[in-house]
Structures are given as structure tokens and as C-alpha cells.
Design a protein around this ligand. Structure first.
Ligand SMILES: [Zn+2]
Length: 115
């Protein structure tokens, strides 16, 4: 499942890309999830919790999930709009002739120490 893959990407970052002493502090992992992904924030949180527990991290880990925006190109009015939810009509001219830019479904933005 995709949520497991995304959760494992976060675990990889935590294990290999942080300063060695970072895992003694409570951390917040900031990620963005595409609204076009079939992975929901809830399922990602659950998958991350399971993955993190099996790693026995000593510290508190929180996941902050934001919605990723994506570009929608309208072939009718030739304008690009931003959307953060599934979209079926151009927001400007209501045309349904759209090209939706599906880039990535999931991005890890940063890991920061919780305050
Ligand atoms: Zn349009």
C-alpha cells in the first residue's frame, strides 16, 4: 500500500538524514500529501505510527500533514490554476477540458524539533 511506502520514506529520513542526537528530542515531521492521492491523512498517520513503533524510536514523533497544491491547465482558456482538491471544471471558464499536473503524491518538507 502507498501509505506504507510513504511512512517508510519518513522512517528512512529519520534514521539516516538527521543529526545523531536529534532522535533524543521530540520531533515534528512536516509532510504534504496530494489530494489526488488515494492515501488519506488518517491512513498515513496510522501507517507511520505502526512503522515508527516497530523502529523503537526513543523520542516523541509527530506527523504534520498539509495538503499539496497542484496545477490545473485549462485547454480552453489556456490558464493555469492552483487546486488543493480534486477539480473537474476550470475555475475561470468552467471548461472540463483540463490537464491536471500530477507531480508527486507525497513530499517530506522538513523535520523540526517540537516546541
Ligand atoms: Zn478555463
Amino acid at each position: 500500500m502507498h501509505e506504507t511506502k510513504f511512512a517508510n520514506e519518513i522512517i528512512f529520513i529519520l534514521k539516516h538524514k538527521l543529526e545523531p542526537d536529534a532522535l533524543s528530542k521530540p520531533l515534528v515531521v512536516n509532510v504534504r500529501l496530494s489530494p489526488l492521492s488515494h492515501v488519506t491523512p488518517q491512513s498515513l498517520k496510522e501507517a507511520f505510527k505502526v512503522a515508527a513503533e516497530s523502529e523503537h524510536f526513543p523520542n516523541e514523533l509527530k506527523l504534520s500533514i498539509k495538503t499539496m497544491e497542484f496545477d490545473v491547465y485549462c485547454k480552453e482558456c489556456k490558464k493555469i490554476s492552483k487546486a488543493s482538491a480534486p477539480i473537474f471544471n476550470c475555475p475561470r471558464c468552467k471548461s472540463t477540458d483540463l490537464d491536471i499536473q500530477k507531480e508527486r503524491e507525497f513530499i517530506i518538507d522538513s523535520v523540526e524539533i517540537a516546541v
